[in-house]
Design a protein around this ligand. Structure first.
Ligand code: NG1
Length: 407
């Protein structure tokens, strides 16, 4: 069997694992970079991510029973097999198969009469890099199951369902990643708003380039990074409650960050925060309200093709994530510094941080210099394993997840 766009090595692996009967579907589910709006989605605030042309890819064959069998080409990801149902017991914490179970359980709870499937999968996305390989897998599995059962899907309800579903793995995530993965439009970034979920494409100017550079340390969501992430969500809620209490009836308590920002300027909120909060809670609060403002201004700069303003906001976001949200690392800071020195208009960590990647924004005529300096000053001395293209690459604005029926 040879189909257009289906990678040969994935076909070969599918046949080796599941036998000669041909797969019926090819699913591609993209990763993303987040341009700006970090650690604010779980506070109900808007974000500005962009899907990229690197994917989790699945070859899928429907089954007539309830078994789900998934085999990954990636080293260290053992095949997984389980029974579809509304209450699927999880694998041990950190097992990659829990992302598969997360999607399957959520769909089994909301769709009657589903049968299982066999899937071979691989990925062109680095894992645990802050590029949302986890949500790309969750959305990819969801489309595999829906496609195998001839069910239709809409990006918005699917993204909402999968945002809840992924919490099965233990991360109290906010919903940005599932939204952009399911709903991205090629050539654009998207403003994602929450409650209700909305995705608004914003065109990316043709001569803007985004460099992705990996810090060579993994942002492992199954370990300490997950604890830090979940602790931040609690800190943000506590800070919010205290500020709402301090504002008393005028603050109309319990309505969230969005209501606060609708009623007060970000600078005024920082002042209030400085009066009623201290230590970590003050820092987290200051990041959230200033980041919300940066997202608004960055979207305007993107629409106006104002690269300098856009870049300055990226760099300010990084400083806030480093100093106030405390989710950067020396390697991420170093990458940002090199990119800025080399002619990027701005740079920042992307995703949850604590390892993973930075993005650097640069005009087309300066991007070669940024890549050269990152190569020479960061990667050459460290001699990372594998091709440099897995650690340092350009990200183009890609479309959302797709299901192709194979002939
Ligand atoms: P990554 O970078 O994929 O770990 C996580 C969350 C997002 C968002 C960012 C921080 C999940 C699946 N993803 O992304 O919702 O909160 O951190 O902005 O939990």
């Amino acid at each position: 069997m040879k189909q257009p766009n289906v990678p040969v090595e994935l076909q070969t692996a599918f046949t080796a694992h599941f036998g000669a009967a041909a797969p019926a579907l090819f699913v591609q589910s993209p990763g993303r970079i987040n341009l700006i709006g970090e650690h604010v989605d779980y506070n109900g605030l808007s974000v500005l991510p962009m899907a990229i042309g690197r994917h989790v890819r699945l070859l899928v064959r429907p089954r007539t029973d309830n078994q789900v069998r998934v085999a990954s080409l990636a080293h260290g990801f053992e095949p997984r097999e389980f029974e579809l149902g509304a209450d699927i017991p999880p694998y041990p914490v950190g097992d990659w198969g829990n992302y598969v179970k997360a999607a399957v359980q959520a769909l089994a709870r909301t769709h009657v009469g589903l049968h299982g499937f066999d899937a071979g999968l691989d990925s062109t996305l680095p894992v645990a890099a802050g590029l949302s390989s986890s949500s790309a897998l969750v959305i990819g599995v969801a489309l595999a199951l829906l496609g195998a059962n001839d069910r239709t899907w809409d990006p918005i309800p699917l993204a909402e369902l999968m945002a809840m579903a992924e919490r099965y793995t233990g991360t109290q995530g906010g919903g940005m990643d599932q939204a952009i993965c399911a709903g991205a439009v090629e050539g654009t970034a998207s403003r994602v708003d929450f409650a209700p979920l909305r995705i608004t494409p914003v065109p990316v100017p043709a001569d803007w380039r985004f460099v992705v550079a990996h810090s060579l340390s993994r942002a492992e969501k199954s370990g300490g990074a997950q604890m830090t992430y979940n602790r931040r969500t609690v800190e943000c809620r506590e800070a919010l409650e205290r500020v709402e209490q301090a504002l008393g009836s005028g603050g109309r308590s319990g309505r969230g960050y969005r209501a606060l920002l609708a009623e007060h300027q970000p600078a005024a909120l920082v002042e209030i925060g400085e009066q009623v909060l201290a230590g970590d809670l003050l820092k987290r609060f200051r990041h959230v309200v200033t980041e919300a403002d940066r997202v608004r201004r960055a979207e305007a700069a993107l629409r106006a093709s104002d690269h300098a303003t856009f870049g300055a906001l990226l760099s300010a976001s990084h400083a806030s994530l480093r100093d106030d949200y405390e989710v950067s690392s020396p390697a991420l800071d170093e990458l940002v510094g090199i990119a800025e020195q080399a002619g990027a208009v701005g740079a920042r960590l992307t995703g949850a941080g604590m390892g993973g990647c930075i993005i650097a924004a640069a005009p087309a005529n300066a991007v070669g210099g940024v890549l050269d300096r990152l190569r020479a000053e960061f990667y050459l001395p460290r001699a990372p394993k594998g091709p440099l293209g897995d650690h340092l690459f350009l990200a183009d604005p890609a479309g959302g997840a797709t299901v192709i029926r194979l002939a």
